[in-house]
Design a protein around this ligand. Structure first.
Ligand code: SAH
Length: 368
């Protein structure tokens, strides 16, 4: 099936669909019609596209397809969080998480298989980097989530998307930007730019390009208030240190008048980055950057070298930031019972396959 020559229309932007249809000799409006069927109505077949001629629908059935990643496993959590393990065409797996809250539903979307950045507290990092996701694999997560969560397609369930799944979105720049454009498009998912957030560890040149090319909300994985500590926790800091990153955040905000602040993510690691001295350093660092801070309780995983800070420490840290005038919240831990820290599920599958190899070797040894 993967060797079929059919074109996956989920892999085409609206402009790409335009080229596809003009190569078939079809008029310009066809691309928008089909785009809406796919992304607004969630169609996975051509025969439902009633405003497209029967002949063209039949032809599309022969030469094209609408194919998103496939669900291999679903883990519902007792708090309503749902996490899916998705398989891609080449057999690789990624994760997608849906977090329902009152008044909104947030989908956490992956951008790469694995990650190259090696942040020391991150479970995805331990898998290493495998490859970038294609456009259909990124926007296909939202397409699929809407179908899974609202099978009758009567209402949209995903109101917010965060590019906070596996991978560093700015290192898969063009596919991520193209996918986000579709997420924002009124003919597709129609997300508002305040409800679409890209989280990055701080790939500064790509951050500047992002600011020019698309209007979304920005979250920065800071996690440390000084370079020596951040060098250890988020190694890309050695290339783009904190001063460069802060300056890039300022440029991002200044480029568009309506951008009012960035979100600073700060994972709470017991005894590592959570002392009052760290809080004071962070306050000084953020003095001139319009920002709000999300404190993230560390989500532990087997083999992790950190522990989560105590509730008391997190509260004290939050109170210090708050008292200095920084809008600070502690992110709720969700889906703890399903290992919702990104990368954990795919990590387990990979581990399991390694374990299977290990057992085979064991069996071979026993047999010989
Ligand atoms: N590569 C992007 C997206 C990654 S995941 C980035 O670095 O921003 C989204 C957030 O979860 C990041 O802030 C990341 O640092 C954080 N994170 C990763 N592992 C975590 C863990 N085990 N516990 C809590 N937060 C974690």
């Amino acid at each position: 099936m993967s060797e079929s020559l059919s074109t996956n229309l989920l892999n085409l932007s609206q402009a790409g669909l335009g080229e596809f249809f003009s190569s078939l000799g079809e008029p310009g409006f066809r691309a928008r019609q089909v785009f809406k069927w796919i992304h607004q109505a969630g169609a996975d077949r051509f025969d439902v596209m009633t405003n497209v001629s029967k002949a063209l629908r039949a032809r599309l059935g022969e030469i094209a397809e609408i194919r998103a990643p496939e669900v291999v496993m679903e883990q519902p959590s007792s708090d309503g969080t749902r996490k899916w393990l998705l398989r891609l065409e080449d057999g690789q797996c990624i994760e997608m998480v849906f977090i329902p809250e009152s008044g909104r539903g947030t989908l956490c979307v992956s951008s790469q298989v694995g990650c190259a950045l090696d942040c020391t507290f991150c479970s995805t990092a331990r898998q290493g980097f495998n490859r970038n996701l294609s456009l259909s694999e990124i926007v296909g997560q939202l397409w699929l989530a809407e179908r899974l969560l609202s099978p009758d397609r009567q209402r949209r369930v995903v109101s917010n998307v965060v590019m906070m799944g596996m991978g560093e979105p700015l290192l898969n720049f063009s596919n991520v930007v193209e996918a986000m454009r579709i997420m924002l498009d009124d003919n597709a998912y129609g997300l508002s730019k305040r409800r679409l957030t890209l989280s990055t560890s701080g790939v500064v040149p790509a951050l500047d390009r992002l600011g020019e090319e698309v209007d979304v909300s920005l979250a920065i994985s800071l996690h440390a208030p000084n370079n020596p500590l951040r060098d250890k926790l988020v190694p890309i800091n050695r290339k783009y240190p904190i001063e460069m990153l802060m300056a890039a955040c300022q440029r991002f905000l200044e480029r568009k008048a309506q951008r009012d602040r960035v979100t600073i993510e700060y994972v709470m690691l017991d005894g590592v980055n959570d002392t009052p001295a760290h809080a004071r350093e962070l306050i000084a660092l953020l003095r001139d950057l319009p920002s709000k801070v999300n404190l993230i309780p560390f989500n532990s995983f087997p083999g992790a070298r950190y522990r989560c800070s105590s509730r008391n420490r997190i509260n004290r840290f939050r109170d210090m930031l708050y008292a200095s005038g920084i809008n600070t919240i502690t992110r709720k831990t969700r889906g703890e019972d399903i290992d919702a820290a990104c990368g954990q599920l795919a990590g387990q599958v990979n581990d399991r396959s390694r374990r299977v190899m290990h057992f085979r070797r064991l069996e071979d040894n026993l047999a010989s």
